[in-house]
Ligand binder design. Structure first.
Ligand code: GDP
Length: 366
């Protein structure tokens, strides 16, 4: 069969995978002008739809960005920073400036220290070799922080193109749709016409006569827990409103299970409070450390759920890391799930997470 290309973004047309690039329903193939669903929705509904792409394909596509001049806006999910930072970004974007945007702020408790969060985002990026011009915190669902961000985009783009990049699920589409519909600060987002077929799979939304906002497909990063759980479980572990901290007074020799997806053992230290920040729907289970292994073996997927059956099929085994904490209030971060805040003096804990989704610690945000 002749390879057909979307006349909007130039992506090869396919009819098998709705969430991937170039998807078009069979029925639309009869039309004179063939658009992928993503371009069709943009054209007719002024709406960006999220599509995904594998990391290596993405690298090939975006290596073109390095040859162009423009501003890179890198969106991350503040609940999954290590899973949503794109390690290869500096390599592919060349010398173009990058601004980092932490999305989903509406989910954090109001008492979150924004400066600490910003510092942590900046240093997490730096650890991965990503140097950023500035860091912004937003909620694209609620529209918080959009004005400051759009002003910064205008400033840093210096009349050049803007590339929006992110892994899947960070809220990239929600963000662009908000820009399109409300065009806060950033002037004249025109969506009625766009530049056809310029770059494979990129969608360009003109900002003025010569520059555009460019939506790149979301990258699938295997370190995101989202890829190891069923759709049902993903809904459950993803907070859908401001999280309420749950507090456990623990003695050493006790453990907490977060569903059956993660676990924290309190090995050594005085009795203290463990403050848990997870989706309000994720069950937390307290048990004696000496019973924890058996409990997990016998009740994973039942008492300890999620995982549901579908998740169990693809969930990697849990791996453990031990931390000796002595520097004051510390968060133990389970990427994509949440974190536990502990006082952090003469305390030893062991954290368990699915292999490949590494736990980390940071200075407490709250
Ligand atoms: P994309 O894959 O990066 O394009 O992500 P989407 O825009 O499709 O968003 C992924 C999920 O995150 C959806 O369920 C959105 O409703 C949700 N989401 C996006 N932005 C926000 C936000 O600012 N706050 C909250 N609470 N949820 C968000």
């Amino acid at each position: 069969m002749e390879k057909r290309l979307c006349q909007g973004c130039g992506a090869p047309i396919q009819t098998a995978k709705p969430k991937e690039i170039g998807y078009t329903p069979e029925s639309a193939l009869q039309k004179d002008t063939i658009l992928c669903q993503r371009c069709f929705r943009l054209k007719h509904y002024n709406e960006i739809q999220s599509v995904s792409i594998r990391d290596d394909d993405f690298l090939q596509m975006v290596s073109k960005i390095g040859e162009r001049r423009g501003l890179i806006v890198h969106i991350v999910d503040i609940f999954d920073v290590s899973g949503s930072l794109i390690k290869s970004l500096p390599r592919i974007t060349g010398n173009n400036p990058i601004i980092l945007v932490g999305n989903k702020m509406d989910l954090l408790p109001k008492s979150t220290n924004k400066r600490k969060l910003t510092d942590w985002l900046r240093s997490s990026a730096k650890e991965m070799g990503i140097r950023v011009e500035d860091v912004f915190l937003i909620s694209s669902a609620k529209g918080h922080g959009m004005e400051a961000l759009t002003e910064a985009i205008e400033h840093f783009r210096a009349n050049k193109d803007v590339y929006i990049v992110g892994t899947t699920n960070v809220g990239k589409s929600t963000f662009i749709n908000r820009l399109i519909k409300h065009s806060t600060g950033m002037k004249d987002v025109i969506t009625t016409s766009y530049f056809p077929g310029t770059t494979l799979g990129f969608i360009e939304i003109p900002l003025d006569e010569s520059t555009a906002l460019i939506d790149t497909p979301g990258i699938v990063n295997k370190q995101q827990i989202a890829h190891y759980v069923s759709e049902q479980d993903l809904k459950l572990i993803t907070p859908n409103k401001e999280i309420k901290p749950r507090i456990y007074q623990l003695n050493s020799g006790q453990s907490l299970f977060f569903g059956g997806l993660a676990r924290l053992d309190f090995l050594k230290g005085d009795k203290q409070s463990f403050v848990c920040y997870f989706s309000n729907q994720l069950p937390i289970h307290r048990t004696k450390l000496e019973n924890a292994d058996t409990l997990y073996k016998e009740h994973k997927g039942e008492l300890l759920s999620p995982p549901d059956e579908q998740t169990l099929e693809k969930l990697p085994d849990l791996t453990e890391t031990t931390y000796r904490l002595n520097e004051g209030k510390t968060d133990i971060v389970f990427p994509g799930l949440g974190w536990v805040s502990v006082p952090g003096y003469q305390t030893t804990v062991t954290a368990y997470s699915p292999k490949g989704v590494a736990v980390s610690v940071r200075k407490s945000l709250i």
